[in-house]
Design a protein around this ligand. Structure first.
Ligand code: CS2
Length: 495
């Protein structure tokens, strides 16, 4: 049995390792949602800052749900391996920026104490779209049992909203300046969105706290990008073999990474701009381009890939029909992007095509398929509506929405039960079980997910989606593609 990766064993591993004195680093950031994405992205950027001589920005990693990450990393002193993979091979880097780990359900008081610590000046979040607890109309779901719980029990919250509001209240009472809240989830205007939700939550506690959150706490938006497939046992075994040490939870990723942040940090920040982060005034154009082109294509590839029998993104993307579909989806989405932001979507999509073709990642389509109801509004529906408003048809964008509905309905049939999940699963199953005509199923799903809520073009979009859905039902993705003239052309030559 190999020894475990830790401060004691790290010195001679054949990988890049932290050279800075980890014990001398003070905590400066609390991160909520210390999953694989955080460990491949923000924690790696902060590690570079610490390597570059910053010493006040160690990370306290918090899991809001499961103890798994803490259980894996605590015996390793917070150390883990980042495996950066592409066709040229694999580079290993041991990351040292996570100094301690807390599990909120075990000890919410410890999380609040960390958040109230005056040394903490930034709180970052990757809690996934569904944890923002928005109702179908986009406002805070104040009837959600966890929100109800947190309002009744402010000292032992469960939600990010509950933790942030109580910690900000405690800091204020103690005369400690507020931390800056840096949302790193794939939501549109993510900082502003979280700010709005937190003001709504705080209002349910008291008007004074709501005013404090509204007027005195900064919520810069940020765009985060790095593809992070779930770690497999084969990854663990390979990394252990290379390191000569066990690492209970190494993280797999690609060479590409990008972080664009609005520069509003009244309580200070690391010198991120020296370590590859782009600091800007307005992240909007970057965010729109990434959500609509990368994530939009990802979701399309995931659902069409699943329906076509492809388990990974690279295999789905190598399918000539799916590839052609993605090119056309991009062509539909690009004109909806801000034209004057100085960003060029053509080289961007060319780079995306290379990233999606990375066979070393084996990024599972089922992983991306999770939580479609939370993801499609900002990835697909927003561009589809913009096109309809401009008098243009969103044929391929609407096909992606239909593919989501078809893939959801296929679980327990052509796809395994529970192959991917969605917070709306129970309600979706109810709709699918009612034996309704396709147009009514589509409208019911739009209602549940809040797609195009109150939008003038909603009915038109529903009709387009329903037409595709009929094709999926009658002849699977082949017929749905054929109706758009996809698959009738000779396959592209390999580039
Ligand atoms: C993916 C994203 O799982 C998903 O929904 O689209 O996690 C994607 O890999 C990242 O946003 C890339 O930055």
């Amino acid at each position: 049995m190999k020894k475990r990766l830790s401060n004691m064993t790290i010195a001679n591993v054949p990988a890049a390792i932290p050279r800075y004195p980890r014990r001398a680093v003070a905590p400066g950031i609390v991160h909520l949602g210390v999953g694989a994405f955080h460990r491949a992205h923000q924690a790696a950027y902060v590690d570079a800052c610490l390597e570059g001589g910053e010493s006040d920005w160690g990370i306290v990693g918090v899991s809001l749900r499961s103890p798994d990450t803490r259980d894996a990393l605590k015996p390793q002193d917070g150390l883990y391996t980042l495996a950066i993979r592409d066709s040229a091979g694999e580079q290993l880097q041991v990351i040292g920026s996570i100094q301690s780990l807390l599990v909120a359900p075990e000890n919410p008081g410890a999380v609040l104490a960390a958040l109230a610590d005056p040394r903490i000046r930034i709180v970052t979040l990757t809690i996934t779209e569904k944890a923002y607890l928005r109702a179908a109309d986009g406002r805070l779901d104040s009837t959600h049992p966890d929100i109800v719980h947190d309002l009744a029990n402010p000292g032992s919250p469960k939600t990010a909203h509950g933790f942030l509001a109580e910690a900000l209240a405690r800091r204020r009472a103690a005369g400690t300046p507020p931390f800056t809240v840096l949302c790193c989830d794939n939501l549109p205007a993510n900082g502003a969105t979280l700010h709005r939700l937190l003001i709504e939550f705080a209002k349910l506690r008291n008007a004074d706290l709501a005013r404090h959150v509204a007027d005195e706490v900064a919520f810069p938006s940020s765009m985060v990008d790095r593809i992070v497939p779930a770690t497999t046992d084969a990854d663990r075994a390979r990394v252990a073999q290379q390191l000569g040490l066990e690492d209970a939870w190494p993280v797999m990723t690609e060479p590409f990474r990008q972080w664009v942040i609005e520069d509003r940090f009244p309580a200070g920040r690391p010198a991120w701009e020296q370590f590859g982060v782009t600091m800007v005034e307005d992240v909007g154009p970057f965010e729109d381009m990434k959500l609509r082109l990368l994530n939009g294509a990802h979701s399309g590839i995931a659902y069409l890939g699943l329906l076509s029998g492809h388990a990974t993104v690279d295999r789905a993307f190598a399918d000539p029909s799916i590839r052609q579909f993605v090119d056309r989806l991009w062509a539909e989405a690009i004109p909806t992007l801000p034209q004057d932001a100085g960003l060029d979507p053509i080289p961007y999509t060319a780079e995306l095509a290379q990233r999606f073709s990375n066979t070393a990642l084996a990024h599972r389509t089922a992983q991306i398929a999770n939580d479609g109801s939370q993801k499609l509004p900002q990835r697909i529906v927003v561009s589809a509506l913009a096109r309809l408003e401009a008098g243009l048809l969103p044929e391929h964008l609407s096909l992606a929405v239909a593919a989501w509905i078809a893939a959801c309905a296929a679980r327990g049939g052509t796809l395994p039960e529970g192959h991917f999940t969605d917070p709306l699963d129970a309600a979706l199953a109810d709709v699918f079980g009612r034996n309704l005509p396709t147009a009514e199923i589509t409208a019911a799903v739009f209602d549940l997910a809040g797609f195009a809520n109150g939008h003038a073009e909603r009915q038109k979009l529903i009709e387009l989606v329903a037409t595709h859905l009929v094709h999926f039902k009658q002849g699977g993705p082949k017929l749905a593609f054929a109706a758009l003239g996809i698959g009738n052309e000779p396959p592209r030559l390999a580039e």
